[in-house]
Write a protein that binds this ligand. Sequence first.
Ligand code: ATP
Length: 500
Amino acid sequence: MGGEEVVVRRGGRAASLQALVAHCTEYGFVFPSSEIYGGFAGVYDYGPMGAPLKRNVKEYWWRAMVQLHANIVGLDSAILMHPKVWEASGHTAHFFDWFVENRKNRKRYRVDQVVEAWVDRLRAEGREGEARRVWEAFEEALRSGRSEELTAFFRAYRVEDPEEGAPGDWGAVRRLNLMFVTWAGATDEDRQEVYLRPETAQGIYVNYLHVQRSARLRVPFGIAQVGKAFRNELIFRQFLMRMREFEQMEMQFFVAPEESEEWFDRWIDRRLRWYLALGFDRSRLRVQPHKHLAHYAQKAVDIEYRFPMGWKEVEGIHLRTDYDLRRHQEFSRKKLTYFDPFKQEHYLPHIVETSAGVDRVFLAILSEFLVWEQLDEGSGGGERVVFRCPRWLAPVQVAVFPLVRRDGLPEVARRIFDALSLHFVCAYEEKDSIGRRYRRHDAIGTPYAVTVDYQTLEDETVTLRDRDTLRQERIAIPDLIVRLKELLDWSELLRRVRES
Ligand code: ATP
């Protein structure tokens, strides 16, 4: 853990986490929340470059899920829900983390993560028998549900601190409920405790029959939703990986019970393809089965990405069976069965869930595509930082520059900006040398730059520069829109998701 590897990719040096964070602040991708007050841990704000990139990530997900599938529809349910929802879902009883502090270095950890890391290390050293014994003892302590047992396990087995590689001086294992609580109601008498949702899924479950009937859907069908979720996390070390307020892109797929495993496998493939279509390297993505199943899951895998700080989950795919619908049926006393017109029977569908974190995908995109590249002499020499952002998702799609700020070039460039900005997200800049303007847009990921130069005044052509190849083609102004539309057309990306 701790140390970061130097990775060479896409012809350049990949960013360390520290370099990523610095880049995000400098170029307006992400800022720490409330920084002037010293910040607020685990909360971040997206800046002028981050906000559009994040929107585009969500747009891509929505199109890949809703637009490409005739049997998947969208929903936008509220953050606040009836408190009973969280009782039924099991969150009030089960949604907590066990955590422990190493008194030597005052570092806090989630117990499952410490034990998993240690067991993995024992295995890597060929100490399989020991790894198994540790894991079994840990599971037994977990099953007890008591902090005393877990504390005793940590001390008796002298569990290693993953950052020290030596047994920790472990304090008592403690429990932290992950749901944020607030109050609704004006007076003390009608005050009611309500939760900020810790996942968007429940809004889908409680609405599923409304959606199914109004959209005239038949099993198998899906409901997709993007929205904020809140978790009172305890440990923040890795930027956007673990936040108190974050966003999820969740799709719940309702299937006949006997087909659930088949759909589970199918959705793992489809979701993996979503990342590969963007150009992620296959070697930095993996599918990991869960060692510990959540209270609702029959089967579960994570899609993990190899971040600068190691392999981390970006998306979970869970086979939730009919757990949630059954519980809501029980707690609400409303019949939630679906009538299958082919089988002529009523049943509770089983659910395959795909749940991706917008912020983690955002961080994965930066980790994968932001590089420091050595330029050859022909391209001006030196190093440039370039965000090879998949072009459909780039915060700015086209930058328009006059070569210099005189001789009528800005006026022509302005007119081009006005015409292009009806179709694309454009930037117009005339300050600084043209080289510096190119570098700045390389760093924020702008895939194309249009430059108006002296030749433009003679023959109505401009240069169109490609961020990645650095090639510049000369193109007639009237052809620009068609050419850029071709280059930025989403259908190519979506075709890759569907077919590749
Ligand atoms: P972890 O084990 O890392 O805490 P999880 O298994 O609890 O994650 P899920 O409940 O499966 O996560 O949530 C689905 C997705 O939501 C995760 O894959 C992740 O991308 C995102 N997510 C969950 N918690 C957070 C968080 N605190 N900050 C940012 N994203 C999160």
